[in-house]
Design a protein around this ligand. Structure first.
Ligand SMILES: C[S@@+](CC[C@H](N)C(=O)[O-])C[C@H]1O[C@@H](n2cnc3c(N)ncnc32)[C@H](O)[C@@H]1O
Length: 249
């Protein structure tokens, strides 16, 4: 199962994800009675927006973090009649009753390193003709932060691939191989500026550096986050977003 998240701190942060969500959901073309899957729904910000987009339909939220889903269930407690919540891994069978009409995903796919398995699973759970819109970190994403992490870890630090920032061509090819058509993929630099100090540290710890922190003892977390922050030229997360729009053939 994917790693756990600090859902409450996540929701308290100034997240550029809100804009990414609007941008991504804005590419959906819905009548209002469809079933839509929110892949990596987290605490449910876009799940709620999807429920608004399909007043006569249903939304299925899938996420690998129980803490994110607990927070979602609290926030959307009065909307669970049209919402199914699944704790699952997006690269594994999801156990849906049937294929959905559309799949949407925000800020999730770069946490998954096996994109062929991911896209095959999305295709498997999407009806022919169904819409697929997604965004995630893409090629070049958080390069400055990665450089700072490298510096802090030094020669002795543990190395393991924690993210996968895919490019346009490989993504287009994988989507085609997984059975998608009408494929549009692009990369968009979208840096996020934070307040230096507490806000930057909290953001880095909660949103960006979690997988590194998982590997460090608790007592080293604060030091690691502050050391990475200190190596950044400015309090900016140098995001580059990979945007995907496609249709299941
Ligand atoms: C940055 S959060 C984004 C959440 C939400 N979409 C948003 O924009 O706020 C990434 C989410 O992806 C989920 N995730 C990562 N890998 C996953 C996987 N293999 N299967 C399901 N969920 C996964 C995490 O649990 C987390 O909730």
């Amino acid at each position: 199962m994917p790693r756990e998240w600090d859902a409450k701190t996540y929701d308290a942060l100034p997240l550029p994800h809100q804009q990414w969500g609007k941008r991504t959901l804005g590419r959906l073309n819905l009548r209002g009675d469809e079933t839509v899957l929110d892949a990596g729904c987290g605490t449910g910000r876009d799940t709620a927006a999807l429920l608004d987009l399909v007043p006569d339909g249903r939304v299925i939220g899938v996420d690998g973090s129980t803490r994110m889903l607990d927070q979602l269930r609290v926030k959307l407690a009065d909307r669970l009649d049209r919402l199914e919540v699944i704790h699952g891994d997006l690269t594994k069978p999801l156990g849906l009753a049937g294929p959905v009409d559309a799949v949407s995903s925000v800020a999730t796919f770069h946490w998954i390193t096996d994109h062929p398995a991911l896209f095959a699973n999305v295709a498997r759970n999407l009806r022919p003709g169904g819409q697929f819109v997604a965004e995630c970190g893409g090629e070049g994403n958080v390069a400055r932060i990665n450089a700072a992490v490298e510096e802090v870890l030094g020669a002795t630090g543990e190395r393991e691939q924690v993210w996968y920032f895919a490019g346009v061509e490989e993504t287009t090819e994988r989507l085609r191989a997984a059975g998608f058509t009408d494929i549009e993929v692009d990369l968009l630099p979208d840096p996020a500026r934070l307040e230096p100090g507490e806000q930057l540290w909290s953001y880095l710890a909660t949103v960006v550096l979690g997988s590194h922190l998982d590997r460090l003892p608790e007592e080293d977390h604060e030091d690691f986050v502050r050391s990475v922050a200190a190596k950044l030229p400015e309090p900016v997360v140098d995001y580059v977003r990979l945007n995907i729009t496609a249709r299941r053939a």
